[in-house]
Design a protein around this ligand. Sequence first.
Ligand SMILES: Cc1cc2nc3c(=O)[nH]c(=O)nc-3n(C[C@H](O)[C@H](O)[C@H](O)COP(=O)(O)O)c2cc1C
Length: 335
Amino acid sequence: MYRYLLRLMFLLPPERAHHLAFLAMRWSTRFGPLRALVAKVLVTDDPILRNTVFGVQFPTPVGLAAGFDKDRDCSDSPRTGRLFRLPEDRAIVNRMGFNNHGAGEAANRLRQRRRTVPIGANIGKTKVVPAEQAAEDYTESARLLGPLADFVVVNVSSPNTPGLRDLQAVESLRPILAAVLDTVTVPVLVKIAPDLSDEDVDAVADLALELGLAGIVATNTTIRRDGLNTPQSRVEEIGAGGLSGAPVAERSLEVLRRLRTRVGDRLTLVSVGGIETPEQAFERILAGASLVQGYTGFIYGGPFWARRINRGIARKLRAHGYRSIADAVGATARV
Ligand SMILES: Cc1cc2nc3c(=O)[nH]c(=O)nc-3n(C[C@H](O)[C@H](O)[C@H](O)COP(=O)(O)O)c2cc1C
């Protein structure tokens, strides 16, 4: 039944399927009895998975990555031509940009939401705002959303907003991060691209330490297209956008390892990119991630994706003799 439903979803255009999945999630959490049922089926409640990082209690280490809940609602009617499935690669290309109604609207919706799990506000620069005014733009979003979220992620790594990724250069990033840190009281993290050179990854890590950030989210989608199974002609037809899913996994893990080597346990590392299985999630935890996230894995794996990963991690923790997630974080990292 579950497989059948998932296959049906794949017959729909990607953005319509995404919209439907989002609506289903939203409505199922709106009504008391249904919410309880959904929570029982989808949520994993196991003490070994609980962890407190940057002062926030996470019931499990697995979360939904940024972009799914674009407007804390996704009320944008599903348009087509911005989201493409590459099933041969278990990947997605998206050029959604920040298709939301702005931080003010997101704040309104967040205010109406009953909070059941920690929420991070992922903020990105508005397309029309020039790079020189980026700090003000991020600050404004942070001012609106910071008080309503458990943590804020400064996203300077989405490929769909022209020039955004240039803000990862430390001289551009420093004033942005400093301004956001001045604006909010909740922990602040920065999200980076897998396409940064190793030296740039180190530079962002050093800056994060210097400024006293809570952590780094690695990684966003890639603009690379090498090594894909999807025919070249199809890849070209799809065109520009951020590639996510299995093809990002290797570089995402590499960036995580590099970050851990650089910062040790002084920053919280959140690993995202191509995570599909409990084995991969556990590997990220051992490599230094306190939290893991996924988007494409959820699309291909369906609504039980997080539960499957969480349960798998719990089994692995016990099998390896760890008493908690915190015990396992970075256990295989070279520092
Ligand atoms: C359709 C779509 C929209 C996304 N939007 C955002 C976004 O607004 N902000 C952000 O930081 N990352 C965004 N991402 C990137 C994801 O959060 C994640 O970093 C990336 O997809 C890699 O993880 P995955 O391989 O598990 O999908 C988006 C990804 C997809 C597929």
